[in-house]
Design a protein around this ligand. Structure first.
Ligand code: HEM
Length: 134
């Protein structure tokens, strides 16, 4: 599966969970997990959707194994970070190191994305995308 499709599918799934979290907060008038809701929606929905758009615009990167790895690293970091942030705000301060570790996983995910964005485009890809019409 191309990285963009993977990214869009996970983004939508996490958005549903993030929205349900927001509705639960509003319904119970208990906003304790608001930071977890905000992180899940912004890292899980918005960022993953933006990654997906980038990959869709760069077909050679879209089919690369590393792009799929980047999406999975980002997803793992986001899910664990969201749970840890929720736990901390519910009073389980022992989750603090988990939040710290998962934030580094999220950073690694952005590092991988940065590598894919900055790495030089191969001459083959460049030639392929500039083929004149015959
Ligand atoms: C039906 C959908 C949603 C509901 C019912 C909802 C509900 C809420 C509630 C009740 C709060 C707490 C506000 C407070 O305590 O001041 C909140 C905060 C927040 N939500 Fe949502 N939310 C929804 C969707 C989203 C989405 C899609 C995003 C991002 C793309 C988002 C991002 C945020 C952010 C960043 C905050 C923190 C705002 C602040 O710091 O004051 N929410 N949301």
């Amino acid at each position: 599966m191309p990285a963009s499709s993977l990214s869009f599918r996970i983004a939508v799934s996490l958005a549903v969970i993030g929205i349900l979290m927001g509705i639960a907060m509003a319904a119970t008038q208990n906003h304790a997990v608001m930071p977890a809701h905000a992180h899940l929606n912004l890292l899980g929905w918005v960022s993953l959707f933006l990654f997906g758009i980038y990959y869709k615009l760069h077909p050679a990167t879209d089919v690369s194994h590393l792009a799929r790895v980047q999406i999975m690293v980002w997803t793992a970091g986001t899910v664990v970070l969201t749970i840890a942030v929720a736990a901390i705000h519910l009073g389980y301060t022992a989750a603090d190191p988990v939040a710290g570790m998962s934030s580094l996983v999220v950073l690694t995910g952005m590092g991988l994305f940065g590598y894919l964005v900055f790495k030089p485009v191969s001459s083959q890809t460049r030639a392929g995308s500039l083929q004149p019409a015959e």
